[in-house]
Design a protein around this ligand. Sequence first.
Ligand code: GCV
Length: 666
Amino acid sequence: MKNYADLWLGYKEKKNNKGSELLKKFYLEGASDKDEVVKNAVKELKAGLKAMTGAEPEVVYGGAAPEIVIAKGTDIQDKEEYTVSLKDDGICITGKSGNAILYGVFDVLRTVACEKKVEEAYAPAKTSRPSNPLRMLNHWDNMDGSIERGYSGNSFFYVDNEIQTDERITDYARMIAAVGINAVVINNVNVKDAASYMITDRYFEKVAKLGEIFAGYGIGLYLCLNYASTIELGGLDSADPLDEKVIAWWKEKMAEVFKKIPTLKGFLVKADSEGRPGPFTYGRTQADGANMLADIVKDYGAIIIWRCFVYNCKQDWRDRKTDRARAGYDSFMPMDGDYHDNVILQIKNGPMDFQIREPISPLLGGLKKTNQMLEVQIAQEYTGHQIDVCYLIPEFKEILGFKTYCKETDDTVADIISGKTFNSRFSGIAAVTNTGNDFNWTGNYLAGANLFGFGRLAFDTELSAEDIAEEFIRMTISDDEEVVKTILGILLPSREIYERYTSPLGIGWMVRPETHYGCSVDGYEYDRWGTYHRADHLGIGVDRTDKGTGYAFQYNEPNASTYNDPEKCPDELVLFFHHLPYTHKLHSGKTVIQHIYDTHFEGYDEAKKMAADWDSLKGRLDDEIFENVRERFERQLINAREWCDQVNSYFYRKSGIEDEKGRQIW
Ligand code: GCV
């Protein structure tokens, strides 16, 4: 028996396609029965359909599938595109690779699991092409088994500095392949201690084994690198990317690494950030560091993904000129065009750090000659630690739909990261993942919707947040219409509800330092992290206009002018860009202070309503799932109440302005 939930692989008996003759025979065209990914796809197909319809299908193979070689972003999409169509006596899945067949199989399984009739789903034939070439999960797992910002137990990859290669890893690979993930980074971006030795004999064998497991499900393996390995492993006195000794060391090291881990596709690097080493130490640019490694791994068809999360984390809070929001753009834009073509810059969605509301990073749409990848976070570091329900797909839809105005057409974030805007060689989307060794993988069962949703959205950015949530509910919880409706009513508004009871109008933070859970309005106000709200008795917000830090002008027009003007700036971001009096009128017609009071009372009330709605489901779904979420709602309500009361009291005490509605403020 498994000690964890099957989530969307836990296929149960279904009604609507039972007895269907079409589901009894599958033609896999372009697939070879020798391909490991195809073999696994067939296993999934047979087991899944048997569980749902009672019948195991016959499988007929077509021509051989060409081998997948990651050479060009668009090649990945070509090879992963699949078509599902109906024949007189069965269903045909066509594709040019094992991955294509695997995704076609999971499409059929999803259709049946969601009780959609195959006759309707696949007539006319359905062709799906992944929106993004790379659809990646980033694990922040440490070798000692802890997970940085992990809220669902310990790592299932590492126990006491040993790598695990058990059945759970295979199930994880199956589960993420089922939603279209094709790349995974298995160690924390903060590479230190034992993790530095991932690229040594100490771990080669086990890493290679993990690589094989993932490759069986069409998932490329990536590792995070310690930029200073030349010093820490090699005994050199430098990590200067232009130093010949350093280059020679890496050449030898990479030859060894790719020989020992043949499935390895590349590396993710956090350099010059939050204490991690990097090229700045040697007076070199980020491009110098990234290109040096990229040139070496190129011989192995591999890539270097270089993070743009570079900022001064030792700022003086008195200093109003330094602006953390500016840092990514200031560090990376000047070298646009210099990054080699197997380098991808990985850019967090906002200029700060996964706050509940931030503007989009101006690097997205700023960079025009550089491969780009978007980084989001489904680990709920600042969005409730997988205690509070916060379905993030609506936020990701907003990010993807943002018009950057970098070109006249095809200028959204989705266009850029799909590779379309600049015909990029490599591109895609990564999420800092929310999984751990909890029995259900994600702590709060409903946080599973973010894992499922991220994969589905990364594969098809046109899907709606609602359709994705509905699939998740039907595949993992229940088909009962009332249950589906109630849970949709909880998930869909949950991000905005979380926003309402936490930090207002885009200002962010106000969280407890270190843990990042719970309210502490001044927690980061007099600290070194560049994370300030600047509230006094008259007003609140950070002036990032032409009169302030000038950050607004890192955007293309008309975004720059819109953000620069408090009359045009969208309400939800207005305090990110402007320092405003509490009496300033928003577009909504409310003053800033009244908005703060109203949203906090509303957010807390809405959280209570979500909890009550969940309670109404008792007895209508699996008891364990019910109890798992109920218990978290109990904690969410304590959290929401604290936020509501602390934020309202804080700003009432600062401003001395009464709530128009006379509600209780402390
Ligand atoms: C992995 C934030 C988090 C850190 C994280 C860092 C990053 O600062 O709090 O835990 O480190 O982002 O993204 O590198």
